[in-house]
Design a protein around this ligand. Structure first.
Ligand code: NAG
Ligand code: NAG
Ligand code: NAG
Ligand code: NAG
Ligand code: NAG
Ligand code: NAG
Length: 497
């Protein structure tokens, strides 16, 4: 007996060890793949059990990997992630493409092609190359292989089609656009500036300019007619603007610029409209640059009809409304038409307010606030104005009202239109009429029933009265709340670790 126990123990230990080996050591680490290049004929399908990322191809050291990215649990994007942090740094087509489904597939036949579950093409690189690789910079390239290594040509590279992120030494040129993951904001180069655009009105393209960075031109100047500018995030820790040659016309240093080494930086256009720089500390990404440093200068820091109070935070333009769960519910009715000649609106006024970044906005000069307001009142596409009683500048807002900045100067006034539907008033009236009718009906029923019982009792018949139909009258009210249900915006954000 005594001799058997140890051997049993060793058997159990062995089994346990084997179990550990298979669960811990042999657990497929999700971001590892042995593929260093894809050749013609490569195909892959989505694995439905994958939680975050399904790698298909990695760079030579495994810092970056290309594959299927799961977004918000149900959506699928195809792109390149930074493996240690699982952050997407590039996605095909600037968006998620379809739902996460195991019938979605990828093919490399010279082109990288992604098919939906019905075999339709969701995205294609439209190339005729020989192989696909991920370079150490995160750049996904499709190459034509030459006679010798030197004859290899890059036919297509993801660096030419950035999404919301710029990587080190990636050229950002005037042909390119960065788009925030919620699709609201974009960054584009002008002839001599970096422009940031907001698309609060879906019909406007590219939207209105909400911020602009002009070069300092300390060491070199932008020359007219000398070609377009480009912007590069350098390994030395600054965002440089160049025109010709390697002398920058502008340098925006990051707080981590003393940190040496390559492959540790990125800048991203975030869903709040800010361009933010990050430094990889080998365990996390830390912020080391913000293009717009003052929160109140962001285009919509407190949401629509919000009021940003410098140093204090958010409240609402309408002081009767409290700022809760990140927005101001001022009772605005969302209607498809932005035409104020077709839509009913009320007017909201506020003193001591200013538009964010008013320095870059157009204005007209009017002799009085009344003239400034009436210009807007008569304009079907005007959402509001902000007027300065001292400078007489009248700023027109021609997009849905976003966040306004509070200032101590009471001579700065705002006039804002709020869409509302008079139908709503009718609805309320209708509700009362309905309730009245219902009460009347119930009363009538009670009287009839009373009479009936009275008669029956008089006839001497007892019992047999079923109490039915009492609850049926409440039915129509149970769905009242559901019309206010709003679907969640799926494109909100990439999941942050
Ligand atoms: C690759 O496949 C796509 C989709 O079937 C097709 O449209 C395209 O012509 C093919 N490209 C090449 C180079 O064969
Ligand atoms: C960026 O542009 C410069 C100048 O045109 C060029 O020399 C450099 O190779 C480009 N870098 C990349 C990564 O394409
Ligand atoms: C891989 O990433 C680490 C950390 O960011 C970096 O130090 C290293 O240089 C990278 N390797 C290559 C080959 O770029
Ligand atoms: C709200 O604003 C109005 C006009 O700007 C002002 O007269 C009123 O006192 C404010 N109410 C509160 C509660 O702050
Ligand atoms: C209305 O305002 C828009 C935006 O400010 C402007 O472009 C347009 O010319 C104005 N229309 C009229 C009729 O004044
Ligand atoms: C605007 O300025 C005029 C004269 O400069 C003054 O009479 C008026 O009261 C001011 N209005 C406001 C709201 O400050």
């Amino acid at each position: 007996m005594v001799a058997i126990i140890p051997s049993e123990l060793t058997q159990i230990t062995l089994l346990l060890l084997l179990f550990l080996f298979f669960t811990v050591i042999y657990q497929p680490t999700f971001a590892l793949t042995s593929n260093k290049e894809l050749a013609k004929g490569f195909t892959a399908t989505v694995d439905s059990s994958v939680k975050l990322f399904q790698p298909l191809l990695s760079d030579s050291v495994g810092n970056y990997s290309f594959g299927f990215i799961r977004v918000d649990q149900t959506q699928l994007a195809v792109g390149v992630v930074h493996v240690p942090s699982n952050e997407p740094v590039w996605v095909a087509g600037k968006s998620y493409l379809t739902r996460w489904s195991e019938r979605t597939s990828l093919l490399f036949n010279g082109s990288l092609v992604i098919f939906d579950k019905h075999g339709g093409v969701l995205w294609s690189s439209n190339t005729d190359g020989d192989r696909v690789r991920v370079l150490g910079t995160s750049n996904l390239v499709i190459e034509k292989v030459g006679e010798s290594k030197d004859d290899d040509v890059i036919l297509w590279q993801s660096f030419d089609f950035p999404y919301n992120t710029l990587m080190e030494n990636q050229n950002f040129t005037s042909e390119m656009t960065l788009v925030s993951s919620n699709g609201l904001y974009s960054m584009k180069l002008g002839p001599d500036f970096i422009g940031f655009y907001a698309k609060f009105d879906p019909d406007s393209n590219p939207g209105h300019l909400y911020f602009r960075h002009n070069p300092l031109e300390a060491k070199a100047s932008v020359m007219k007619g000398q070609g377009p500018i480009r912007v590069v995030l350098t390994s030395d820790g600054f965002l440089g603007m160049y025109q010709n040659g390697s002398t920058p016309v502008d340098v925006q240093p990051f707080s981590s610029f003393q940190q040496r080494g390559t492959g540790n930086r990125l800048v991203r256009l975030e869903p709040d409209g800010n361009l933010v720089g990050y430094y990889w500390t080998r365990s996390s990404w830390v912020v080391d640059f913000k293009q717009i440093s003052d929160v109140c200068e962001l285009p919509s820091s407190c949401g629509p009809y919000g009021l940003c109070q410098p140093g204090k935070g958010c409240s609402c333009l309408d002081n009767k409304t409290s700022y809760s769960s990140g927005k101001c519910d001022i009772g605005e009715i969302k209607v498809s038409s932005n035409d104020f000649c077709q839509t009913k609106y009320k007017v909201m006024r506020k003193t001591g307010v200013e538009l964010p970044n008013k320095e870059i906005l157009d204005y007209i000069i009017t002799s009085s606030l009344e003239k400034c307001e009436s210009a807007c009142e008569q304009n079907c596409t005007c959402w509001g104005v902000v007027y300065s009683n001292t400078s007489r500048f009248c700023y027109t807002i021609d997009y849905p009202i976003q966040t306004i900045v509070e200032v101590l100067d009471e001579s700065k006034l705002g006039y804002f239109k709020v869409r509302y539907s008079p139908k709503n008033d009718k609805k309320v009236v209708g509700l009362w009429v309905g309730l009245g009718l219902l009460c009347g009906l119930v009363l009538l029923l009670l009287v009839v029933r009373g009479l009936f019982l009275y008669k029956r009792e008089n006839r001497g018949v007892k019992g047999y009265v079923e109490e039915d139909g009492v609850n049926s009258g409440v039915g129509p009210y149970k769905n009242l709340g559901s019309s206010s249900f709003k679907s969640i915006e799926l494109s909100e954000r990439w999941r942050k670790q």
